[in-house]
Design a protein around this ligand. Structure first.
Ligand SMILES: *Cc1c(COP(=O)(O)O)cnc(C)c1O
Length: 460
């Protein structure tokens, strides 16, 4: 492990200096432990088997970058609840804001009697999403609901029917969004009929397609023009860095080329920043890395530090095309979630958390590069900031077929879990390990987690 230590940049900081849980990995029982095993048995009799858990350890407490289970095991959390606790678990300012708001009022319903916190979140989103033009927002509860609303809003504005997405996309589990995912299984299997007028266009996946941004965009546009027809297309929904698909970073120029085609053809281009947004990648929104200014931005996951909240934000004239009463919902923009979201925005500014995203990206990439030199199953390291992935290939195929190695991904994530590291998998072919930690993850914890992954790879 000394080589990984040496590769790590010297600076190491965290978002907060006081933690309620020591920031260290500690395994004290078998994984899962006896109390988790007991809870799991109870769960099996009352929770739908359609709802699965990556790791059946049941959680008692979290703080910073550490998750503690009911048996007292402490895990380094490299997943942050899939990119939700982006500024750290139970971040003190988020907790304080939520407690205060809970004591003041928990619910009135913005569409009955409104409140300032909703307005403040919309102001902050207008300020921090890409683009220098008047913006408006609608707040809802979940990522999939943001996607659904983005599609509704674009259809209303354009008066058109068709929705386009990219290969390898993931947009949710509702009846519309399951049709927008690339993978039918497990998200859509048996749940049809699927929503109509959803088209899957080729994406930019440089590691496999070898295309530059202009050529990849030309391929996508040719599909949209031939298969869909520009005049029927309401919106193109794109994750700037694809999440579940495997953290594919598009080739330079790809996203701005699609945006300018959309603008020229009256198509609303929507950034699904649900996983990549809210400071995770070293910028507020990942679109900024690519010089992309979307018409609409969808946020959810990390927006409220773990409270359920989502938003559609974008050009005022597009948001205002909807008729009064056409948008909203009972829990949309819940006051406690909004207060937490305001605290998240303030913490990003006050603690300079965009720099923490860059630090984590640099430390992770340096450490993973050492591992890549050591193990030829690491085909590619990619991502931005605290959104980094490695794609694993069959031994010896890194320069040729790049054949996916899902077995190694499963084995490594299982080994990591047993040794106190929560490591998410991803990828259309299950061949990607993704690092999606909170910005509270210290360099020391990164080094420790990478040493476990090093051991896991050696054990293969
Ligand atoms: C998680 C996710 C969604 C769906 O969000 P939910 O809150 O789970 O409904 C949509 N798009 C992307 C890119 C996501 O990562």
């Amino acid at each position: 492990m000394t080589d990984i230590l040496a590769a790590a940049p010297a600076s190491s900081s965290a978002t907060s200096t006081t933690y309620t849980v020591p920031q260290e990995r500690k395994i004290v029982t078998a994984i899962p432990g006896p109390k988790s095993t007991e809870l799991h048995a109870r769960r099996l009799s009352v929770v739908s088997s359609g709802v699965t858990s990556m790791l059946p350890v049941y959680i008692k407490k979290t703080n910073g970058a550490i998750v503690v289970d009911v048996d007292g095991n402490q895990f380094i959390d490299l997943g942050a609840g899939i990119g939700v606790t982006t500024i750290g678990h139970t971040e003190s300012s988020v907790v304080a804001a939520a407690v205060t708001q809970t004591e003041d009022f928990i619910h009135t319903l913005f569409t009955v009697t409104p409140y300032e916190e909703y307005i403040r979140v919309a102001e902050l989103l207008a300020e921090h999403t890409p683009g220098d033009f008047p913006k408006k927002s609608v707040l809802i509860n979940s990522g999939a609901e943001a996607v659904e609303n983005g599609v509704k809003i674009a259809r209303k504005y354009t008066g058109r029917r068709a929705v386009a997405v990219l290969d390898h996309a993931y947009h949710g589990r509702t009846v519309l969004t399951m049709a927008m995912n690339y993978k039918a299984a497990p998200y859509a299997t048996g749940y049809g009929p699927l929503a109509s007028d959803v088209y899957h266009a080729p994406s930019s996946y440089p590691y496999h397609d070898g295309l530059n941004g202009a050529d990849a965009a030309a391929r996508t546009i040719a599909y949209l023009e031939k298969v869909v027809g520009a005049t029927d297309l309401a919106c193109l929904v794109v994750e700037p860095i694809q999440g579940e698909g495997g953290f594919m970073v598009p080739a330079d120029g790809y996203l701005p080329a699609l945006q300018s085609w959309c603008t020229d053809n009256g198509v609303v281009m929507i950034a699904d920043e649900i996983q990549s947004g809210m400071g995770r990648t070293g910028k507020y929104f990942a679109s900024e890395h690519f010089g992309w200014v979307p018409d609409l931005v969808l946020s959810a996951k990390g927006i409220a530090g773990g409270f359920p909240l989502a938003a559609v934000t974008g050009r005022a004239e597009i948001l205002d095309a909807s008729q009064p009463g056409g948008l909203g919902g009972t829990f949309g923009g819940n006051p406690v979630s909004c207060a937490a979201a305001v605290a998240v925005f303030e913490a990003i500014e006050a603690n300079n958390l965009l720099a923490e995203g860059e630090r984590i990206g640099a430390t992770l990439t340096a450490g993973l590069t050492v591992l890549k030199d050591k193990y030829d199953i690491i085909g590619e390291i990619r991502g931005r900031g605290a959104m980094i992935a490695i794609e694993l290939v069959q031994p010896g195929t890194g320069d040729t077929t790049k054949a996916p190695n899902a077995a190694a991904v499963s084995a490594i994530s299982a080994y990591a879990a047993a040794h106190g590291v929560l490591l998410l998998t991803a990828g259309t072919y299950g061949s990607v390990l993704r690092f999606l930690p909170s910005l509270a993850l210290t360099d020391a914890l990164i080094t420790d987690a990478l040493s476990v992954i090093d051991d896991a790879m050696a054990a293969l």
